[in-house]
Design a protein around this ligand. Sequence first.
Ligand code: MTE
Ligand code: MO
Length: 481
Amino acid sequence: MSEPLIRLAEIHEHNREAGTFWVYRGDRVYDITDWVPNHPGGEVILRAVGGSIEPYWNIFTIHQNQDVYDILEQYFIGNIDPRDLVDGKAPAGLVDDPFKSDPERDSSLMVRSSRPCNAETPASELGTFITPAEKFYVRNHLWVPDVGDAEDHRLTIELIDGEEVTYSVADLRKNFREYNITATLQCSGNRRAHMTAGSRPTNGLQWQIGAISTATWTGVRLRDVLAHAGVDLNEPDEDIKHAQFVGAEAYGASISFDKAIDRHGDVMLVYAMNGQALPRDHGYPLRVLVPGHVAARSVKWLNKVILSGDESTSQWQKRDYKCFGPNVASHNVNWDDAPAIQETPVQSAITGVRQVKGDRLRDSDLARVYGLEEESVVLEGYAFAGGGREIIRVDVSPDNGKTWWQAQLLPHDKDVHDDNQKAWAWKQWRLALPTHALHEHFCVKAVDESYNSQPEQFDAFYNFRGNLANGWHRVPVSSRS
Ligand code: MTE
Ligand code: MO
């Protein structure tokens, strides 16, 4: 029996304004009306209805696998009429440009991809404790959703029994105590380029040292809001294991419920950054801040918090942000074998190397601290550990690891008065070395309060996605300016 032939014009009529939703893939047509309410990614699927699904699957690549194709086949209703095919093929389909309302960005950011925008903080801006909001690295998987006015934005808390409680940003500001938390966000791909250079190719954006920044975030505690919404924080329902976060553009991730309600965990719903409204790139009007965890869990443009027995089903929870052994690659990975990255290991980097001449040195703090009179080289950088673990030491070697010196950890900005309960922010460090000590490479490694440190090389903990690249940072001595 031959399949019904369907004209393109008829497919276009089954768009998001219609009550029934059709899509096509290749020249096969599907009526997915009944599937839409079950879509794990929510309403975003409605962007595709009435046309080709493929441009969206090129963006949401998690769909490019057999299980998804099999689901789609269940909704098959016919083929595109050959009169509408061009050279035997269905039209590629036009997507309404989802990036068209993305904001303008500071020109000093180092762009790694522009659609979606991924841009790192330049090294010259990594040497200050608080990163100005416009220099804060941007990591977007998709477009920046246009959420309109903060007044119209709503946050829905879905409790374990399915009941929902909704808040406006104004409700949050009015009803809960406000906190200021100074926290570093670091992408799990920070320094991926160094893993690639130090070992083998990795799959992902090739970040240098700038997929990390620090801000003072203002907002309310998630635990306070959950208590208000009806969660018993002292004896919570034992079925609740995770807090899932859903962003307005379809990104999602989750953390353990324990972290979400930890009284020393400082998980926040934030509406301001460095004393200003959140910029659109960083989650306006509301984002979750999960200090001490990989930044992928700090979901921007937050729409929904779901208390659940399960993790988020998003690709950013179930895939991507995981590490495997050096022998595992995309062809033999079983994504379920590793847990999602949450707290992060020790990281450090050299952000600047300056030559300082005798005269200028003599009267400087550096000379007093290090007792140096001769010509010196001053190194600067950052060090950071996840889980709120404080950096206790930064070791620098001028000869590729044979001899070591301790850098001075800088006291952080006196103007920052924060409510942090743990060390959620990086430390800035500085070290002056006499020039006669120099060899080929400087390297740095840091140590946290649990005496965790960083691996020397990349080969032994290479992972094909290039996550958590924290091998010693090496820079050539010749890079000094
Ligand atoms: N939240 C949403 N809604 N969409 C995203 O693409 N990216 C995540 C996280 N939250 C992302 C998100 C990742 S991987 C990182 S590293 C941080 O946001 C980046 O935050 P920033 O852009 O404010 O630096
Ligand atoms: Mo990230």
